[in-house]
Design a protein around this ligand. Structure first.
Ligand code: DXP
Ligand SMILES: NCC(=O)COP(=O)(O)O
Length: 242
């Protein structure tokens, strides 16, 4: 069964467009978990344009109100973000190789180049409660290196799948993801996935492979504008449980 982690960046973006705590990221986190999400994700970027560093502790406290729910922090491992994550010790820290001003994530780690850097970053987390996940492209070599680093999970970057969804390449692309997920599992890694997943493209993606968790935000918020947040979460959870 796949678990859903709801990415709240876009709720935070709306909040930050005004001075008040409205919409409340914390309230949307509660709603997501009450409706079956395993937890919530935020990706604080250095300019804090959506999720803020202060959201990390606030959300961990909300997650702690629920049994068995999780907070996933995603982001480039800057000194500041590492410090914040080590202080709060959320369940999962997903390292993403984004540049500071990047609009959104658009690639996974190149571990052939950044192996030593990542190895140094993850060292202090070995004695913490936080599981490390590495954001990677669907590439066997990268997955092999992730396993060698001894992390618990990888997160497969799924934009490539999402853009192929309406094309004749869809089956071949899905095959490639399946091959990567199977390979990761065979090396003892657990597999997450995310980026541009939505209600249309998610069913095929999770039906055919063993994915532990999908983190979804952008499309989920757009779909919520049409159908309501709680109903949208329920639809995602149903797909994940199918
Ligand atoms: C790692 C990933 O694919 C998502 O977390 C994505 O980075 C969302 O970030 P934005 O909401 O800033 O686009
Ligand atoms: N890790 C992916 C994520 O958290 C959300 O990505 P998106 O659904 O906003 O594209």
């Amino acid at each position: 069964m796949t678990q859903l982690s709801v990415n709240l960046n876009k709720i935070a973006l709306l909040r930050n467009s005004r001075g008040r705590d409205f919409p409340s990221v914390n309230e949307f986190a509660r709603l997501a978990m009450k409706n079956g999400a395993v937890g919530v994700t935020i990706h604080p970027r250095p300019d804090e344009r959506h999720a803020r560093y202060s959201d990390i502790l606030a959300l961990q406290n909300i997650v702690n109100e629920f049994e068995g729910k999780e907070l996933n922090i995603e982001g480039y491992p800057t000194e500041q973000l590492n410090k914040e994550v080590l202080a709060v010790q959320p369940d999962q820290y997903t390292l993403v190789p984004d540049e500071p001003g990047q609009i959104t994530s658009d690639h996974g780690w190149d571990l052939t180049k950044h192996y030593d850097f990542v190895q140094k970053i993850i060292e202090p987390f070995k004695n913490s409660k936080t599981r490390i996940s590495l954001f990677v492209d669907p590439d066997l070599e990268q997955i092999k290196l992730a396993a060698k680093l001894g992390v618990a999970r990888i997160e497969l970057y799924t934009e490539y799948y999402a853009v192929s969804f309406d094309s004749i390449n869809k089956s071949a692309v899905l095959e490639q993801f399946m091959k990567c997920a199977d390979y990761a599992l065979s090396l003892g890694l657990e597999v997450n996935a995310g980026h541009d997943l939505d209600l249309q493209n998610l069913p095929d993606f999770v039906a055919k492979q063993n994915i532990d968790e999908v983190s979804i935000g952008h499309a989920l918020v757009v779909e919520s504008l049409l159908n309501g947040f709680e109903d949208t979460i329920k639809k995602y959870v149903k797909i994940c449980n199918a």
